[in-house]
Design a protein around this ligand. Structure first.
Ligand code: NIG
Ligand code: FE
Length: 415
């Protein structure tokens, strides 16, 4: 006999149901279930509705009774992070704020390469442990699914070490981790050859092992003047397509161009987009590629935000992720960053919540989460409040009091 539990009553449940994947959303479109209950069975949601009506319909089930005012939203989905890394880049942050340029920082031993050096020095056990610790901190902030990239190894064996660490971390961490291979993060300084030679080596030697060991289904590349060009990446993405990997791109972070490549290769998502112009916005809006804003990188680097309002108004699907990494986005607080993006870009509550729930699920091609509906995973973030608007109004300072992952209460602030 499967175990059923009715959770509630919630002052409000925001199921995020019935909303379109693309374009602007008015707050009036947000369904609010007052005095709601959620019936779960094992890891799945069986029913969402009025608490008393559900209790009457299913009198035999056990009940998890909540006292006081609570609001329930789908567990958040952070579709872009780099939380598997060694060391720190606090020095970069201080130098940047003291006026040093990107190149000056890179030349003095900072930048992505510094993290590569430190990550290579870390053992797989150390990487696994620190990734679990960071993932569990995200869970306490309501994130029940996190994408995690490699990209600080930059050799076949070091990328494998990272991706195996992410897989091991996924076995033990509270949120689910979705891994992505970002071996195309930059041309490693110790590689003797060109960009295309490096990418050829990775695609020929690493891609088959990713399949064999089920280490990642997703291939990412940083398309930028300081990393790889549209020409460099062509053969790499062709190979990824041939092997049925999903493609995602670090696009238009400092200069436009990457989003065009993303759409050309039918990428699941194009992420960053701080430098996207009206041309790139139109290309993304007319595509199936999800646009992912990373306000944590704008806050970390002191750069402009992704033109989220324009993207939505043009009809794009907009997800919002933390980009949590040691360099450009050290904060790693999705709710705070999404709220702040909302204030600067004038996004409705519905648009921000969609960006960290069902639209983020689409950025990871996950159909089983991101909404509170029958048949989907029972991933819930619960806040002490009588009004869902408090969640973004508090700009990340209102933390969830309870989090359910796969139907299990994995975090309870009261305890
Ligand atoms: O998403 N843009 C490239 N990669 C990361 C930064 C990684 C780092 O600085 O370590 C990003 O911002
Ligand atoms: Fe990133």
């Amino acid at each position: 006999m499967k175990k059923r539990t009715l959770i509630g009553p919630f002052k409000q449940i925001i199921p995020m149901s019935g909303m379109q994947l693309k374009g602007a959303i008015a707050d009036q479109e947000l369904e609010v279930i007052e005095d709601g209950g959620i019936l779960i069975e094992d890891h799945l949601i069986i029913a969402v509705g009025n608490f008393k009506a559900l209790a009457a319909e299913f009198p035999e089930v056990s009940t998890k009774v909540l006292n006081g005012n609570h609001v329930c939203v789908p567990g958040f989905i952070d579709a872009h992070t780099h939380i598997c890394f060694g060391g720190s880049r606090a020095k970069d942050y201080a130098m940047r704020n003291a006026g040093k340029t990107y190149l000056e920082i890179a030349h003095s031993g900072g930048g992505i390469w510094d993290t590569v050096t430190q990550t290579r020095k870390a053992s797989i056990e150390e990487l696994t442990k620190s990734t679990i610790k960071r993932a569990n901190r995200h869970l306490k902030n309501g994130t029940t699914t996190l994408e995690v990239k490699s990209g600080y190894g930059l050799t076949v064996s070091e990328e494998l070490k990272m991706l195996r660490a992410i897989k091991l971390a996924n076995d033990q961490a509270l949120p689910e981790l979705i891994s992505t291979c970002l071996a195309a993060h930059m041309l490693p300084k110790d590689f003797k050859g060109s960009e295309t030679e490096y990418l050829k080596e990775i695609s020929e030697q690493l891609f088959p092992i990713l399949k064999e060991e089920k280490l990642a289904n997703r291939i990412d590349a940083f398309i930028e003047q300081s990393a790889f060009s549209a020409d460099d990446i062509q053969g790499y993405f062709n190979k990824a397509n041939e092997l049925n990997f999903d493609i995602t791109v670090h696009a238009d972070q400092f200069t436009p161009g990457g989003s065009n490549v993303a759409v050309k290769f039918n990428a699941i998502s194009a992420d960053h987009l701080e430098a996207s112009t009206d041309t790139e916005i139109a290309i993304l809006a007319n595509s199936n590629t999800i646009a992912v804003a990373l306000p944590g990188a704008s806050i970390g680097l002191g750069c402009n935000f992704t033109p989220a309002r324009k993207l939505l108004d043009a009809g794009a699907a907009l997800a919002i992720a933390s980009d949590h990494n040691p360099g450009s986005a050290p904060m790693g607080d999705l709710l705070t960053q999404a709220s702040i993006l909302g204030t600067f870009e004038k996004l409705t509550n519905a648009e921000v919540l969609a960006g960290i729930t069902f639209r983020a699920a689409a950025a990871l091609k996950l159909k089983d989460r991101g909404k509170l509906e029958k048949g989907l995973l029972a991933d819930l973030a619960v806040f002490h409040s009588d009004n869902y608007q408090d969640i973004l109004y508090n700009q990340g300072n209102l933390k969830p009091c309870m989090v359910w992952k796969n139907g299990a209460l994995v975090f309870d602030r009261h305890k």
